[in-house]
Design a protein around this ligand. Structure first.
Ligand code: FPP
Length: 255
């Protein structure tokens, strides 16, 4: 099989002057995409229009991340708590991955993007799972940007499931509690195989984490913006990355 090498990264157009340095680009950027509802309300539109516009911001951000040389982009698309929303909004959100992939999958494949999903399959409608699984399968051989959708994802549930799995092994006598290591826990998390996020972005002015990657974010840099997610674009990503590049990461040590 011929390996695809194309990516948006190799497009003819040059990086804009406002783009940050391509040295020290965060390897993994994770985004809490918030503010779709308020974006719509501000314009007197129904909430679902905000979510659909948010889907367009997903495309823009994916291209911008790839051009910058970010290797992993995780997007918080639906949390385990989002089921509390009205049924018609949940139904709409569940259709979005299918809608997005129907439009974008071929372009993602062509541009060497690998799609992944991080979350509980249980509870998701079959059309959502099928669309995600098709995208994961058809992009599995791609080795460009990893576009990781956190869908029906909740960090406490992820950690609880991990504990249960380890508990079962201890009960079966195949694992000793003293042999449990942080690296082992990493492997049991849904993000297994993906490095911890270097940079976490949250849009819409809210300053909270909302049950997102609690284990993995121990040393992530945080960047918050008042911009609502449907308005997010490459310039905000550049701003976030430029700010990241100005920070000194000490991981509890000294510089
Ligand atoms: C939070 O905004 C956003 C969500 C719960 C959904 C995020 C989904 C998308 C951006 C589209 C996903 C696209 C794909 C391709 C899966 P909110 O509704 O809580 O906004 P609010 O706080 O202003 O009400």
């Amino acid at each position: 099989m011929i390996k695809r090498v194309r990516s948006w990264w190799t497009r003819e157009d040059k990086m804009e002057p406002s783009a940050p340095s391509i040295d020290n680009v965060p390897e993994h950027v994770a985004i809490i995409m918030d503010g779709n509802g308020r974006w719509a309300k501000r314009q007197g539109l129904p909430r679902f229009i905000g979510h659909r516009s948010g889907m367009k911001a997903v495309k823009r951000t994916t291209i911008a991340a790839d051009k910058l040389g970010i290797k992993y982009l995780t997007l918080y698309a639906f949390s385990t708590e989002n089921w509390k929303r009205p049924k018609d909004e949940v139904d709409f959100l569940m259709r979005l991955p299918q809608e997005f992939l129907a439009i974008e999958l071929e372009e993602l494949i062509e541009n060497n993007v690998q799609v992944r999903m991080m979350g509980d399959r249980e509870g998701l409608p079959s059309y959502t799972i099928n669309a995600m699984e098709e995208a994961v399968r058809r992009t599995a051989d791609n080795d460009g940007l990893v576009l990781n959708f956190a869908l029906n994802y909740g960090s406490r549930k992820e950690i609880t499931d991990c504990m249960r799995e380890l508990g079962r092994k201890i009960e079966a006598g195949t694992l000793k509690p003293e042999d449990i290591t942080e690296e082992m826990l990493d492997q049991y998390m849904l993000s297994s195989g993906i490095p911890d996020p270097d940079l976490i972005i949250r849009t819409s002015g809210e300053m909270r984490i909302s049950n997102f990657m609690l284990w993995q974010m121990a040393y992530s840099e945080m960047w918050f913006t008042d911009v609502y997610w449907p308005d997010f674009n490459e310039h905000y990503l550049y701003e976030a990355v430029a700010e990241y590049q100005r920070r000194t990461r000490r991981y509890g040590g000294l510089t």
